[in-house]
Design a protein around this ligand. Structure first.
Ligand SMILES: *[C@@H]1O[C@H](CO)[C@@H](O)[C@H](O)[C@H]1NC(C)=O
Ligand SMILES: *[C@@H]1O[C@H](CO)[C@@H](O)[C@H](O)[C@H]1NC(C)=O
Ligand SMILES: *[C@@H]1O[C@H](CO)[C@@H](O)[C@H](O)[C@H]1NC(C)=O
Ligand SMILES: *[C@@H]1O[C@H](CO)[C@@H](O)[C@H](O)[C@H]1NC(C)=O
Ligand SMILES: *[C@@H]1O[C@H](CO)[C@@H](O)[C@H](O)[C@H]1NC(C)=O
Ligand SMILES: *[C@@H]1O[C@H](CO)[C@@H](O)[C@H](O)[C@H]1NC(C)=O
Ligand SMILES: *[C@@H]1O[C@H](CO)[C@@H](O)[C@H](O)[C@H]1NC(C)=O
Ligand SMILES: *[C@@H]1O[C@H](CO)[C@@H](O)[C@H](O)[C@H]1NC(C)=O
Ligand SMILES: [Cu+2]
Length: 570
């Protein structure tokens, strides 16, 4: 009897093994969606405004797929603005035409036009998101992209009872497009936002918002997987839940060796997956987010957004006010450093050790002196200047009549150059008292060419020009290992010994410390033109960006195919 039982268990095991292997080999499903970009009345902070949405939804639809699935999203533009959609963090292996940044991989979808984005999720699991990548439309055009394990596979942690996307956003009473246009006209910093939001609602602490505060219900003893996304335009954010510990298990659609914390910090563009267990007294607890403001003496939105974690067994009706979590001081860089140093891959990973391209990019702000023909009203930056930003002193300009990827593929000259400098043109004390003569960047549409398969290291060095600040640097088309970060000027002699080449985290956005640096590594295995930029939209507006041109390798499987026939033309 006993033998028979063992036998059948063995058989069952073998069956499960074979079937899961078969399943993981079969390709995933194809999901088709339509995104209609349209003006929709949205009431926030006592007023109703028309805002651009996807399918009238705010936040936009959540896409839920499995690793291996393909997406076909037809975007129909019924709004009065140009638009494109970017699938933030999707590797887009050989599908660069579907990446989305306007004038980089495509011309915008003009009002009345449409374009179908086709791509496959390959080897990514966790939380990503999608957002408009045209002007500041992503203020309201965004949503979650959830990637679950393949059928038959499971999370590397106990299956949670619930899963909830927590999308942090930023709301202006004014039309965000007017806000950025005003800043571009005047040269001054744009107006700060009027609220932060959780799943598009500001919450209890703002006027006219209480009754719409998001409620996240939970039963005592249950575990919820919160998929936290920082979709705010211009602000790194702290996030915490009163009386509850958070266990970080993932970030940017890769798994992280679990660690516990009472507070998260997400740079703009980053995602963090956390498990939260209902192990406290049944009651109502605020989850809250507010600014991490690393730049001193700069105006910022200092308000706090909330949602409510509500135990189902807690008393409703005249329940006492929810408990507020402790949030760090706005300028608490120590907490940010401790948090970001807790990130590890779950096991030993294959970090490139031989490096073909050792690059050093400064990232920071700048000031343009005002041209003599400019009126005073157009020179409202500090001391009659115009604000700017750059990488390696090049303030990035987008082309206007064709995308970089089309120009590259069709061999059209005069659109870009490939002389982006691999090291700063002038070396200086990046985090010291920088001479005013270094403040004004040059401008250009400069790309850095990478041979297919080259192993790349980039030291991202923040500067203290105008004000040191934490910059969330995002690379399209790739994930990279963050092998080290620190403060002051990067010093190869001293800092190379700190490199983690064993289990560094794999991410698509790195929050480069204010007055400091971060070192990333990746292998250039995806041909195309890939934007690397600060994910604070105000900084990308000022030019804090560059692009890599990754050449084709050998044969079809290492080359970018021809563009889809419906790729929008300029
Ligand atoms: C920005 O703020 C200023 C001062 O409050 C205001 O006069 C201006 O109208 C605002 N701009 C926009 C685009 O809302
Ligand atoms: C939450 O934590 C605080 C501080 O530790 C404690 O005073 C309070 O009783 C807790 N609230 C509940 C509902 O458990
Ligand atoms: C937010 O900033 C305003 C001034 O801009 C100030 O009056 C207010 O006290 C600040 N609030 C908090 C919570 O720091
Ligand atoms: C943070 O802000 C507080 C209050 O504004 C100030 O006293 C403190 O010096 C600041 N800390 C840092 C590290 O800048
Ligand atoms: C503006 O000028 C004042 C006075 O000369 C100076 O103290 C300040 O640093 C200048 N600001 C910037 C951003 O250059
Ligand atoms: C910064 O350097 C300038 C000259 O480059 C000098 O005038 C100024 O006093 C210095 N400021 C500080 C705080 O050291
Ligand atoms: C950037 O380039 C401009 C123009 O060549 C120059 O004036 C400025 O000093 C440079 N700054 C830095 C930080 O390299
Ligand atoms: C919209 O896109 C077209 C190219 O397709 C471009 O010429 C035009 O300037 C864009 N409009 C705006 C407002 O950016
Ligand atoms: Cu930035």
């Amino acid at each position: 009897m006993e033998t028979l039982k063992n036998f059948s268990i063995m058989f069952l095991g073998l069956f499960l093994l074979i079937s899961s292997t078969l399943l993981s080999l079969t390709s995933g499903e194809i999901q088709r969606h339509q995104f209609v970009i349209q003006a929709t009345p949205v009431k926030r902070l006592c007023n109703t405004h028309n805002r651009i949405t996807v399918n009238g939804m705010f936040p936009g639809p959540t896409l839920e797929v499995r690793n291996g699935d393909s997406l076909e999203v037809k975007v129909v533009n019924k709004a009065r603005y140009n638009v494109t959609i970017h699938w933030h963090g999707v590797r887009q292996m050989r599908t660069g035409w579907a990446d989305g940044p306007e004038f980089v991989t495509q011309c915008p979808i003009r009002p009345g036009g449409s374009y179908t984005y086709r791509f496959t999720i390959q080897g990514q699991e966790g939380t990503l998101w999608w957002h408009a990548h045209s002007s500041w439309l992503r203020a309201t055009v965004y949503g979650a992209l959830i990637i679950r394990p393949r059928l038959g596979e499971s999370y590397p942690f106990p299956k949670p009872n619930l899963e909830t996307p927590i999308v942090l956003g930023e709301w202006w009473d004014a039309n965000p497009i007017d806000v950025v246009r005003e800043a571009t006209r005047t040269g001054a910093a744009p107006n700060v936002s009027d609220a932060y939001t959780i799943n598009a609602q500001p919450g209890d602490l703002y006027k006219c918002s209480s009754k719409d505060t998001r409620i996240i219900p939970i039963d005592a003893g249950e575990t919820n997987l919160l998929r936290v996304i920082n979709a705010a335009l211009n602000q790194p954010l702290f996030f915490a839940v009163a009386n509850h510990t958070l266990t970080v298990v993932g970030a940017d659609a890769t798994y992280i060796k679990p660690f516990t914390t009472s507070v998260l910090m997400l740079g703009a563009g980053q995602t963090t997956d956390v498990l939260i267990k209902a192990d406290q007294r049944p009651a109502r607890y605020y989850m809250a987010a507010r600014a991490y403001q690393s730049a001193q003496n700069v105006p910022f939105d200092n308000t706090t957004t909330t949602a409510i974690l509500e135990y189902k067994s807690s008393k409703k009706g005249n329940a006492p006010k929810p408990i507020m979590p402790f949030l760090p001081a706005y300028n608490d860089t120590n907490t940010v450093t401790a948090f970001s140093r807790s990130f590890r891959s779950p096991r030993k990973v294959q970090v490139p050790t031989e490096i073909d391209e050792s690059l050093f990019f400064t990232v920071g702000l700048g000031l343009n002196n005002c041209p003599p023909n400019f009126r005073r009203s157009r020179c409202q930056g500090p001391n009659g200047t115009r604000l700017a930003a750059s990488m390696n002193n090049v303030s990035f300009m987008l082309p206007r009549s064709i995308s970089l990827l089309q120009a590259h593929q069709q061999g059209i000259p005069g659109v870009f150059t490939t002389d982006f400098p691999g090291t700063p043109p002038v070396k200086f004390d990046y985090t010291g008292n920088v001479s005013r003569t270094l403040f004004q960047p040059s401008t250009g549409t400069k790309l850095y060419k990478l041979k297919f398969g080259s192993r790349v290291q980039v030291v991202l060095q923040g500067t203290s020009i105008i004000a040191p600040e934490n910059h969330p640097i995002h690379l399209h088309g790739y994930d990279f290992y963050i092998i080290a970060e620190g403060f002051g000027n990067f010093n190869p002699k001293r800092d190379t010994s700190k490199f983690n080449l064993v289990d560094p985290p794999l991410r698509n956005t790195v929050a480069v410390p204010a007055n400091g640096w971060a070192v990333i590594r990746f292998v250039a295995d995806n041909p195309g033109v890939w934007l690397m930029h600060c994910h604070l939209d105000v900084h990308i507006t000022w030019g804090l960006a560059m692009a890599f041109l990754v050449e084709n390798g050998v044969g079809e499987l290492q080359s970018l195919p021809a563009p889809p026939s419906d790729l929008p033309l300029c």
